[in-house]
Design a protein around this ligand. Structure first.
Ligand code: C2E
Ligand code: MG
Ligand code: MG
Ligand code: MG
Length: 287
């Protein structure tokens, strides 16, 4: 019985692995044409001031609108894009699209919102990263100091040639650097010490456990405290409920991002949000 169970298990595993591989291959070939076919979308999620809850920035988050499968999240296709090297052109497309959009909103609404754009390790190792970023800034007219590049600390500094130089170069261009998913990688403190980071983004796995796990609460508190002592800003991700907000505000976190305020929105919906905000401010000013 044990033997047949073993064989069955093996078979189940083998079939599903094969299917997964086939699916991945189909998706990789589809991804090759996604940009050219206009199937990529950038969504925007607001970042709000922890005290006033006013929108102060937004993060650009890519989605793939597959013709048959519908929306595919980046958690699924970014790894495939990294494996195939497609991330370089997809990442550049996201950067140019988001910079243009941010500049358009600045013009339309007179708002100087910070724009966060995620960079993958593969992009950070590109020798021409700085040329791409400065051309995206020139072409869009966006102020460099409104652009914040988000870097995850899953990348080993030692294993990534050009990484440190590129980040210093981005800084010289006037861009800000944020360490994304802070606390989840193996090298959080090493990153803080060696990279020119302006901000820390506390990972949502810690934020989720506010009110649940006192250890994670202690980590969140200590991270905010440390960021401030190092004169860095701090943003919490994955703020979903009022209790998270109260805790983060009481502990002086600077900015918040999460479903409690808003989900990532497609361009027209985000624009409606800005319009709404503008109406409110105008009404307040004239009353
Ligand atoms: P990230 O940069 O840490 O982005 C935050 C993720 O958390 C986003 O997932 C966002 O939709 C999600 N999120 C925001 N608020 C909440 C919340 O309150 N609760 C929960 N449960 N989730 C929340 P998304 O859009 O699926 O992106 C996943 C990851 O994919 C991103 O994590 C980022 O690492 C990567 N990614 C997204 N866009 C790009 C891109 O243009 N380039 C690169 N290289 N990576 C990207
Ligand atoms: Mg991010
Ligand atoms: Mg994150
Ligand atoms: Mg992430």
């Amino acid at each position: 019985a044990a033997k047949s169970l073993g064989r069955n298990n093996y078979q189940i595993y083998e079939v599903s692995a094969e299917q997964a591989q086939q699916q991945n291959m189909a998706l990789k070939s589809g991804l090759r044409h996604a940009e050219h076919n206009g199937e990529l979308r950038v969504f925007y999620q607001p970042q709000v001031d922890a005290v006033t809850e006013d929108i102060v920035g937004m993060e650009a988050l890519v989605r793939w609108e597959h013709p048959e499968l519908g929306f595919i999240g980046p958690g699924f296709f970014i790894p495939l894009a990294e494996e195939t090297g497609l991330i370089v052109s997809i990442g550049e497309w996201v950067l140019r699209t988001a910079c243009r959009q941010a500049q358009e909103w600045e013009r339309k609404f007179g708002l100087r919102l910070r724009l966060g754009v995620n960079l993958s390790a593969v992009q950070l190792m590109q020798p021409n990263l700085l040329e791409i970023v400065s051309s995206a800034l020139d072409e869009s007219g966006l102020d460099a100091n409104l652009l914040e590049m988000e870097v995850t600390e899953s990348i080993s500094i030692k294993a990534a040639p050009n990484l440190v130089e590129n980040l210093h170069g981005l800084h010289r261009l006037g861009c800000r650097i944020a360490i994304d998913d802070f606390g989840t990688g193996a090298a959080s403190l090493d990153y803080l010490r060696k990279l020119p980071a302006d901000r820390i983004k506390i990972d949502q796995s810690f934020v989720r456990n506010i009110g649940v796990d006192p250890d994670d609460e202690a980590i969140v508190r200590a991270t905010i405290e440390m960021a401030h002592r190092l004169k860095r800003g701090v943003v919490a991700e994955g703020v979903e409920i009022e209790q998270h907000l109260q805790f983060l505000r009481a502990n002086r976190c600077d900015e918040l991002q999460g479903y409690l305020f808003c989900r990532p929105l497609p361009t027209p919906t985000f624009e409606k949000l800005l319009l709404e905000r503008q109406r409110l401010l105008t009404a307040e000013a004239s009353s």
